[in-house]
Design a binder for this molecule. Structure first.
Ligand code: KIV
Ligand code: ZN
Length: 520
């Protein structure tokens, strides 16, 4: 049985998702959870992109004890220098150098010949090796690169000292059979007296990212790259939880295993969903809300007789606790803390009083507090805005002309209340108009979604919004959680506006992707 390493790029490629802007605190919290999940290496960011990215990578490098930390660098010396400065204190530092190699990227993006690109690879991988013992090299858009040239590219990087060779399917173009063949060909033909580890890096444009990644493993890949919940640009990256569980369930076929602590999967997935503001689709493999529900009579009958009739993955495998006792109104602080620990949720001691107060408030309204409620409560995020305001309360009045008036109460940093009123055709519109008036900045609502955290009429509502900062075109996702759907909507919209306000105050760097840069 081979052990396949897992590299998580949620904080780098995953953050390229429109609307996703993790704060540094959130990035460190996610990195700690990834370490707990058993991830081998974290690609923590692109340090040269902005001071914010640099700082986040530096803090993650300092926080990891068993997991390796990597940073992305174009084939540019200043990028490699930034990567070194951010990562040098990590216990296990790595650097990921890339350059595009496909004909379309060579001609239109880089305007460089094949030979010029080989020279750049040699120079920059050699340079990276003067600073890092472990260097990964990626030929961007590898799957649309001529195979004989791809071999030359990879051989050049290996000769210059790269140990990990990553083969990105940058535009999600390949198929399982084709990708498997690329890996077999490279593994058979690249010459080296050191062990070289090959990895797939798949995007999901044609819905084949998981299948392609597994095909690469079958063909001999020793590491995989992907993100939690498959977040990422366009259709996203491969979802690491899907790859890990597929290896577990089909160990007989793949003869390879992941290093992941699978029962930390749901905690990891929910944390990333909350901080990214991207809901997990109900029908998503492995972590979707319906993954373990059986609707049809025939299936229910079969599952009751023997769960394995229709259930190849048990809920317990990925961390959904069976027969877990719900908490209620009478549960005390001790029971609450025990439950958080039982669910494996990370929390700071200093946050406990506030979390317990939130729990008590919820227990006043909801008969049974389930594990999903507790997870949502503990990992919920209130985004601080530069002026220190927070949402307090709201009330709604229906007017004779059919319109609605919303009164929003906000509390400032000194604990003083500020109230704003606005009208709208419906409650949500009136609430959002009042919040717009409060923040006085130009935002456009892109999307608004409500989901119930648990089943039943007394479920907590999670509202997810995406707004655009009209002045910068940046999209921000944010979420709000409350027993009352209107309050959850207000919290989500306040959180999104807080992000816009932070961007306007220069506290969030304009999001820069490696693709925004002219390479070399
Ligand atoms: O998809 C891609 O090509 C990338 C590279 C930078 C590895 O993310
Ligand atoms: Zn990518």
């Amino acid at each position: 049985m081979r052990k396949v390493e897992f590299l998580d790029t949620t904080l780098r490629d995953g953050e390229q998702t429109p609307g996703v802007n993790f704060s540094i605190k959130e990035k460190v919290a996610i990195a700690k959870q990834l370490e707990k999940w058993g991830i081998s290496s974290i690609e923590a960011g692109f340090p040269a992109a902005s001071p914010d990215s640099f700082e986040a990578v530096k803090q993650i490098a300092a926080a990891m004890t068993t997991t390796a930390v990597s940073g992305l660098a174009r084939s540019v010396k200043s990028d490699i220098d930034a990567c070194y400065e951010a990562i040098k204190d990590a216990k296990f530092p790595q650097c990921h150098v890339f350059i595009a190699t496909s004909p379309i990227h060579r001609e239109f993006k880089l305007k460089k010949s094949k030979e010029e690109i080989l020279d750049i690879i040699k120079e920059h991988v050699t340079y990276a090796r003067t600073k890092f013992d472990v260097v990964e090299f990626s030929p961007e858009d590898a799957t649309r690169t001529e195979l004989d040239y791809l071999l030359q590219v990879v051989q050049t990087a290996v000769d210059a000292g790269a140990t990990y060779i990553n083969i990105p399917d940058t535009v999600g173009f390949t198929t399982p059979a084709e990708f498997g063949h690329i890996f077999e060909y490279l593994i058979a033909n690249v010459k080296s007296d050191r062990e070289i580890v090959f990895s797939p890096h798949c995007h999901d444009d044609l819905g084949m990212a998981t299948a392609n990644t597994l095909a690469a493993i079958k063909a001999g890949a020793g590491r995989v790259e992907g993100t939690v919940n498959g977040i990422g640009e366009r259709a996203g990256n491969v979802a690491l939880e899907e790859v890990a569980v597929a290896l577990n369930i089909r160990e007989d076929f793949y003869q390879a295993s992941s290093p992941l602590v699978l029962n930390e999967t749901v905690n990891t997935s929910e944390m990333v969903s909350r901080y990214s503001g991207i809901a997990i689709p109900k029908n998503k493999a492995v972590v979707g809300g319906n993954a373990f529900s059986h609707e049809s009579g025939i299936h229910q009958d079969g599952v009751l007789k023997n769960p394995l009739t229709y259930e190849i993955i048990t809920p317990e495998l990925v961390g959904v606790k069976a027969n877990s006792l719900p908490l209620g109104k009478l549960s005390g602080r001790h029971a609450f803390v025990e439950k958080i620990k039982e669910l494996g949720l990370a929390f700071e001691e200093s946050e406990l009083a506030q979390l317990f107060a939130k729990f008590k408030k919820l227990a006043d309204k909801k008969h049974e507090i389930t594990d999903a409620d507790i997870r949502a409560l503990v990992t919920g995020t209130d985004i601080e805005n530069p002026e220190g305001f927070r949402f307090n309360d709201l009330s709604i009045t229906s007017n004779a002309d059919g319109s609605v008036t919303a009164a929003i109460s906000m509390i400032n940093i000194d604990g003083e209340e500020v109230e704003v009123l606005a009208n709208g055709k419906g409650s949500v519109e009136a609430i959002f108009n009042a919040i717009d008036k409060f923040f006085n900045q130009t935002v456009r609502l892109e999307s608004y979604n409500i989901e119930a955290v648990t089943d039943g009429i007394d479920a907590q509502a999670r509202v997810l919004v995406s707004v655009e900062n009209v002045d910068t075109d940046t999209i921000f996702n944010a979420s709000g959680l409350d027993f009352d759907v209107l309050k959850a909507s207000a919290i989500a919209y306040v959180n999104a506006n807080a992000l816009v306000q932070k961007e306007n105050a220069g506290e969030i760097g304009h999001k820069v992707s490696e693709h925004d840069y002219p390479t070399n």
